[in-house]
Design a protein around this ligand. Sequence first.
Ligand code: PGA
Length: 322
Amino acid sequence: MIKNASLRQLKVFEAVARNLSYTRAAEELFTTQPTVSIQLKQLTDLVGQPLLEQVGKKIYLTDIGKELFKVCNEIFEELSRFEMLVSDVKGVKAGKLRLTVITTAKYFVPRLLGLFCPRYPGIDVSLEVTNRERILQRIADNMDDLYVLGQPPEHVDMVAEPFLENPMVVLAAANHPLAGKKNVRLERLAEELFVLRESGSGTRLATEKFFSEHGIKLKVRMELGSNEAIKQAVAGGLGITVLSAHTLALERSIDALTILDVKGFPLRRHWYLAYHNTKGLSVVAKTFLEFMRVESKLLGEKYLMSISGFPSKDNPSSKKKL
Ligand code: PGA
C-alpha cells in the first residue's frame, strides 16, 4: 500500500521524475545512484505498478508515475506551506519562492531580486527563465508560486496583475536605410526581411498579431530562440526585428543597432504577475508580490528611460543610435 511509503521514498521519486535522471536526482539529494534505485524499487513494489520506464538511455514516467508525481508535488507543497506558516508565526519570513519569468523579463526581474533577497535573507528564491509556450506548460503543471509573463493565459483561472510597461520596438542595424527616417509606414516594413523569435514565443505572438491586424504579412528570413541572438543577427544586417525595449537594457553594441520610428510603435504591452486563482498564495509569495508592487513602480519608469534610444514621454525625439 502506498500509505506505507516513506516521505524519503517520495522525495527520491519526485527528484527522479522531475529530472528524469537517476544521476541528477542522486546528486541533488546528496546520495548515491544505488540508494536512489533501491528506494525507487521499494516504492514501485508498494504501488504494485511500474512508475518509470526506460527506452534506450532515456527514462519516462508511466501514466501511474505521472499521477504519483502530481501527488508528490501536492504533498511537498503543503509541507513547505506549513513550514512557511510556522516561520511567519515566529515572525520570520522564510521559505521557498518558485518564480518563473518570461525571457524578456530576465532583464528586469533579477534586479528586483537583487533588492529582495538581502531584505529577506530567509527566503530562498528559485528563478526559471523560459519562453511563453513553456511557461504555459509550467502553469498547467502547477510548478511555481508566481509567474511573470507578457500576456496572461486565456483559459486558466488565474489572477494577473499588470506591474510594469513592456513596450516593443522595431530594431534595425544602425546603417539600415530606414534609420533616422520619421514615421515609417507599416507597408514599407512589409518589404523588409524579419528575424523573429521562435513560434511559441510571446514576442512573436504579439508581433504577428499586430501586423496581421493591419493586414500585413511579414517576410521571415530567420527564426531564433533567443533575444540576444536576434540582436546580433540584426546588427549583422540579416534583417529587422520587433523586440521588447527591455532587451536593450544591457546593450553594449552601442553603434550597431537603432530603434526605427515606425507608425504604431512602440507597441504598448505590460508584464503581469500571475498566480493560480484557486491556490492560496504562500506567505513568502505574498511578501514577494507586495514587494514587486512597490519596487517595480519606483524602479520601472527610471529603468525604461535609461534604455538608450527609447522614446520616453518626456523626450519623444530621443530616438538615436544605441
Ligand atoms: P517570450 O515572451 O519570451 O516567449 O517571447 C515575451 C513576452 O511575452 O513579453
